[in-house]
Design a protein around this ligand. Structure first.
Ligand SMILES: [Fe+2]
Length: 414
């Protein structure tokens, strides 16, 4: 039986984001709300991975103890000095800001697992090519928050090029309930322990798609409205301090001028159709940027392909064995464990020798025919000249018919 895990979910413990001049809550969702939503989405395992925080994950774990259809893995999305890394099965907070090697060591020393989220994002701090030299247990090949086409495509391509190296992950990266349920990681078994075994055996399956743009709009409206309510209450002095809620602590701590600034900004953002326009502009930017990056990826893919040549040579049937032996003796075999790999088609060749020619068969001025073998095979570029000279040397015809066409070695395209 296969079960589902959402491997990347945030709560209001993720705090306030600093994106250039914009400051907004990462999430206003309580841990228990994410647990209920995950159950509704049919998840058997939920990993709470707040930014540089584990309190919400422990809260969710405590809350979910009453259910036997879901288990919570205590996780964290750690902001290392070199990019974000997801940590699972933690006992305590992994400190942010350390070099990535040290961060991963701390995760493993706790008995945890380390996974690269959105490893090729072009707008979120991530590990990129560092994943190749780090001791990671998995990489996210589907990140539900990345709708840009490049990030997930590139991660999937890299994953395919390194079979068995990492466990593939698909996490919603949901900062809201609206963006959950569209993608998940499947594993054989039922609970968190089976999930861990599947990761260690690299047997997880990444499923689903990123959440649609509309769900992202819902998240942004939810976050701004939630922040507006808190700011209003904070201004009126009715916002109860709650040391467990980092958003409330933040809202109370900022100056009244900043509170009013935030309220005005939020008010304009919520004016219809502003959230939709903002999402449209963001999606447009992402799609333009990812289009350019995908083109680069394609070009690189083209360059990585191994160029080989397909040769077709037409010889009289009685010469075909001699020809194949001669060719086989001068080329490097393309198929390990095999030699003399050719394809033969029987064809009828026809020609009219002219005066002064020295035909293998026939007389000048008369149309001649002969049963021929069309011999087809692939050679590497290094062998090309040598094999053409050999064909010329062995062929009985004065003017042999030889076609050469460039092509690609199919194994280099996988
Ligand atoms: Fe995240």
């Amino acid at each position: 039986m296969n079960s589902k895990a959402d491997t990347h979910v945030h709560t209001y413990y993720s705090g306030v984001s600093n994106y250039k001049v914009l400051r907004f809550p990462e999430s206003i969702i309580k841990p228990e709300v994410q647990v209920e939503r995950a159950r509704k989405n049919g998840m058997n395992v939920l990993c709470i991975t707040d930014h540089d925080a584990v309190k919400g994950a422990f809260e969710a774990q405590k809350y979910a103890k009453k259910y036997d259809d879901i288990e919570i893995v205590v996780g964290e999305e750690v902001t290392s000095a070199d990019g974000e890394v997801l940590a699972y099965w933690l006992n305590e907070l992994v400190p942010p800001g350390l070099p990535i090697e040290e961060t991963i060591d701390i995760i493993h020393e706790q008995g945890g697992l380390a996974v690269a989220p959105h490893p090729f994002s072009f707008y979120v701090p991530c590990l990129r090519d560092r994943i190749f030299d780090l001791n990671l247990d998995g990489i996210e090949v589907i990140n539900g928050g990345h709708v840009d086409h490049f990030t997930n495509t590139k991660a999937q391509q890299v994953f395919k090029e390194h079979p068995g190296r990492w466990a593939p992950f698909s996490g919603s990266d949901a900062h809201s309930v609206y963006t959950t349920g569209y993608n998940w990681t499947e594993f054989e078994g039922s609970g968190a322990e089976d999930f861990r075994t599947a990761i260690e055996n690299k047997k997880t399956i990444a499923c689903g798609q990123p959440a649609p743009a509309f769900a992202q709009v819902q998240w942004s409206i939810e976050v701004v409205m939630g922040a507006q309510k808190m700011l209003l209450k904070a201004l009126a002095g009715t916002l109860e301090p709650d040391e467990d809620n980092p958003l409330i602590t933040k809202m109370i701590s900022i100056s009244d001028v900043k509170k009013i600034g935030g309220l005005i900004g939020g008010f304009f953002y919520l004016l219809p159709p502003m959230p939709f326009l903002a999402e449209f502009a963001a999606t447009k930017w992402l799609s333009r940027k990812s289009h350019a990056l995908l083109n680069e990826l394609d070009t690189k893919f083209q360059m990585d392909r191994e160029q080989v040549f397909k040769i077709c040579v037409y010889v009289p049937v009685e010469y075909s064995d001699k020809m194949m032996d001669a060719i086989d003796a001068v080329i490097e075999p393309l198929y390990p464990g095999y030699r003399r790999a050719f394809s033969i088609t029987e064809v009828t060749g026809t020609w009219k020798p002219l005066k002064g020619s020295h035909p293998y068969k026939g007389r000048p001025g008369k149309i001649e025919t002969a049963q021929e073998h069309k011999i087809e095979f692939i050679v590497k570029e290094n062998d090309l000249k040598r094999v053409l000279l050999k064909i010329r040397e062995v062929h009985p015809y004065e003017e042999p018919m030889i076609d050469v066409s460039p092509t690609y070695a199919w194994k280099s395209m996988l």
